[in-house]
Ligand binder design. Structure first.
Ligand code: NIG
Ligand code: FE
Length: 411
């Protein structure tokens, strides 16, 4: 079994000591060990502590000198749309001219334009583009991503995307958790109810039979799927054993947070328009909010979710990129940290917890990843800075030095 000793990190940010997501004031506890070290054996973390203690029992471990650098769990990005074809440069220019996301979608841009390109792409082409995206995530220090379907909107095209994800897992080291988002938009020529029927009676059974996803998601929004339709999809998915996530209250407050609470979802994502009642409902049902400030920024809006209220209410807040070609073309968790601190007033420590440990719990992987402690996978990143707060402070400059997954250096 190969072993590795990371030594002399200026800060080893452990996030250790919690068997559940961190809530409220706990979000600020990141567990820093100065001049920190870590022993890794067989892909797992064996020991974490001050370097002089780790050094006592090195055996044949390969030494990684982390002097002057921060060592952290790899980011866990709990909301991405990793597989799609092409880009949305046209939408981007139109937004710069002042058109809104909804106006652009009505005028032939939006999700449906990416659907057309994704349907036309072969599995091999999609896989090649997905590999490029996967590499972008790694370069930002992310070691696990959740990834959704949703740009197919026919049985075969949705399955195609999920199969690309399955193949991607075989071919790249980035860890991937798949989510079925058949209800991302209503395809042209079908009514919402006609399409809903296909999602429920044809897609969901195939997705679960072929074990292509762990979660089911839905875009609950004016012009997409309303509360009743979202409820139907999510309850059908739940019956088939899938866990639930949802795009809710992004552009309008339709009571989406309440729906996610009622149905027992794992996460409620976006929440830009969610009010105090929605926050209270999430708290009561222990639903984790996944906040996506990259999409608020890229859409040119200033309406960020009420993150401080969510933290103060005791929610297990998560931060993610929402990486997608339309509303959030960034794979960068450090960029998200910057936005979280400057726009949503999170402390850097809170933002780090939300993008590692809490994110891991939101993917049902809190026992394996998200912190650096004995027994967990050795998925970590080393950054070219001495203080973890620099990750949120400097922006627009990559600080990733190296990335390890299961104890192996992959970048
Ligand atoms: O999370 N809101 C819906 N889905 C994506 C946008 C997808 C797209 O525009 O292509 C989101 O923002
Ligand atoms: Fe999204």
């Amino acid at each position: 079994m190969s072993s590795l000793a990371v030594l002399h990190a200026s800060e080893l940010v452990t996030l250790s000591g919690s068997k559940r997501p961190r809530f409220g004031a706990e979000l600020s506890e990141v567990g820093i060990v100065r001049d920190g070290g870590m022993l890794v054996r067989g892909g797992k973390i064996e020991k974490v502590g001050p370097s002089d203690e780790i050094e006592k029992n090195l055996g044949d471990a390969e030494i990684v000198d982390a002097r002057g650098r921060v060592v952290m769990p790899g980011f866990v990005d709990a909301h991405t749309h990793l597989v799609f074809a092409g880009n949305r440069l046209g939408d981007f220019e139109r937004r710069a001219r002042g058109e809104t996301y909804e106006q652009i979608a009505k005028a032939g841009g939006g999700i449906c334009s990416t659907v057309e390109k994704t349907r036309a792409a072969s599995e091999a082409d999609l896989l090649a583009q997905a590999k490029t995206h996967a590499n972008w995530f790694l370069r930002c220090g992310t070691t696990t991503v959740e990834a959704k379907s949703g740009y197919g909107l026919t049985v075969e095209d949705e399955l195609k995307i999920l199969r690309v994800l399955r193949q991607l897992k075989e071919e790249v080291r980035l860890e991937i958790v798949s989510t079925f988002l058949g209800a991302h938009a209503v395809p042209k020529k079908l009514s919402p109810d006609e399409y809903l029927d296909i999602v429920i009676t044809e897609m969901l059974p195939r997705v679960t039979e072929e074990k292509l996803a762990e979660f089911c998601d839905v875009f609950c929004e004016r012009g997409y799927f309303d509360i009743d339709q979202a409820h139907k999809i999510l309850s059908a998915a739940k019956k088939l054993g899938l866990n639930l996530r949802g795009h809710v209250d992004q552009l309008t407050n339709s009571g989406g947070a309440k729906l996610m609470a009622e149905i027992g979802a794992t996460t409620a994502d976006h929440l830009e328009q969610t009010d105090g009642q929605g926050i209270a409902a999430l708290k009561k049902a222990k639903v984790q909010p996944v906040l996506l400030p990259g999409s608020v920024y890229a859409l040119g809006s200033s309406r960020y979710p009420r993150a401080r209220e969510m933290i103060e209410a005791g929610l297990g807040v998560v931060l993610a990129t929402d990486f997608n070609p339309g509303s959030s073309p960034t794979p960068s968790m450090p960029m998200v940290l910057s936005l979280a601190c400057t726009q949503m007033k999170l402390a850097p420590a809170e933002a780090i917890t939300a993008s590692t440990l809490n994110a891991a719990y939101s993917l049902n992987r809190g026992d394996k990843i998200g912190s650096l402690e004995p027994g967990k996978l050795a998925n970590f990143a080393i950054f070219d800075c001495e203080d973890y707060r620099e990750l949120a402070y400097w922006f627009g400059i990559p600080q990733t030095h190296s990335v390890y997954i299961k104890g192996e250096r992959i970048l």
